[in-house]
Design a protein around this ligand. Structure first.
Ligand SMILES: [Mn+2]
Length: 361
């Protein structure tokens, strides 16, 4: 397991690279460059500068997240070919600087969603991101940007860039009547164009699941269950078509057996990376993000790490969202302390499993 950490760049992250380097066992980043609009070609000089900065800090940059897919591609509109061509140019540039894995999602319009980014946990005063489906059912989508961005502490929120958010209503209208199968066909088209390029470049694509793991506001969503990902894997038979197995996203419905899903797709060599975090159910379709410790949430981190160890031990891992603790402020979910604690905990599970397994051999 290659331990990594998400970092949004010097001007948009509260955590210095030097601190990330000091987290035990952390060898690289799942980098994010949020300044680009979906469909835009990422300028080579920006990629180069980011990569050089990361390398100078003694960290690897083999994974980049959030190379966002333009809505025209998801909608299957005539404009998609131009945006796919742009996407390919960005992939080539990233590969040139040593990137091996791209994390992306295919969620229509709305990316991840929470109703409270700064929920105070009554038992210890820590702060978590919180989702209450009843609140989402009560509001209209045009209220979402205000709800999310008013709580962002001045940082950008991945997937909630102002350019996207401005056009929310207009884009949502275009999805009216689209079925999950239609959306999958548009994904197949995207794969047909980009996966051969990925194979040539030695790159893998890793799709992030829907978060939360069910459709919202009537939009089609195709990536929130084992059955869904079986279909996605079958759309294009290549290891370059892989999954970013996010435990907190998939785990937001109890029906998803996350360790079993890791074993299923790990054995197929279709897990490109894992996002590890824990969540605690607070009611029906209501949850908060907890610390990584199994006892603090409803996911069994021991079983999850064991599944990774057994079926995809060389995968990339990063702690996903963490709580805000010890008075830290920053981008919701992306402080230093709780995510670093998450890594320390995962490292401990890993060492225990590894030594146990070696003794058994
Ligand atoms: Mn995730």
């Amino acid at each position: 397991m290659k331990v990594t950490f998400r970092w949004f760049g010097r001007n948009d992250d509260s955590v210095p690279l030097e601190y990330i380097r000091q987290i035990p066992g952390c060898e690289g980043l799942m980098g994010a460059m949020g300044q680009f609009v979906a469909g835009e070609v990422w300028p080579e000089e920006d990629i180069k500068a980011y990569a050089e900065e990361v390398h100078a800090a003694g960290l690897k940059l083999e994974v980049i997240e959030s190379v966002n897919v333009h809505e025209d591609i998801k909608l299957g509109l005539p404009g998609r070919d131009r945006y796919i061509d742009n996407y390919i140019v960005t992939l080539r540039r990233l590969a040139k600087y040593g990137v091996k894995l791209i994390v992306y999602n295919f969620m229509p319009v709305l990316d991840w969603l929470r109703t409270d980014l700064d929920h105070v946990n009554s038992e210890d005063g820590s702060r978590s991101m919180f989702y209450d489906d009843a609140l989402v059912r009560d509001i209209t989508p045009d209220k979402l940007p205000e709800m999310m961005l008013s709580q962002s502490n001045g940082f950008s929120l991945p997937g909630w860039e102002p350019e996207r958010v401005q056009e929310l209503g207009r884009i949502m209208d275009k999805y009216k009547g689209m079925t999950p199968d239609d959306l999958r066909q548009n994904l197949r088209y995207f794969f047909q164009k980009i996966i051969p390029v990925c194979e040539e470049l030695g790159l893998r694509m890793a799709m992030h699941p829907d978060d939360p793991a069910w459709p919202i506001f009537g939009l089609p969503r195709i990536a929130h269950s084992q059955e869904d990902f079986d279909k996605i894997v079958a759309l294009c038979d290549s290891p370059a078509n892989s999954i970013c197995l996010c435990t907190g996203s998939l785990g937001s419905v109890r029906e998803n057996d996350v360790p079993a899903m890791i074993r299923h797709f790990g054995k197929m060599n279709r897990i490109g990376c894992v996002h590890l975090r824990n969540i605690k159910f607070m009611g029906e379709r209501t949850f908060r993000e907890s610390s990584h410790l199994s006892a603090d949430g409803d996911l069994d981190m021991y079983e999850i790490v064991r599944a990774v160890y057994d079926t995809c031990p060389d995968t990339y891992m990063r702690p996903d969202h963490g709580r805000m603790i010890w008075g830290e402020t920053g981008r919701p979910g992306y402080g230093l302390y709780d995510r670093a604690l998450g890594i320390a905990y995962i490292n401990g599970l890993w060492e225990a499993i590894d030594k146990e397994r070696r003794r058994e051999r």
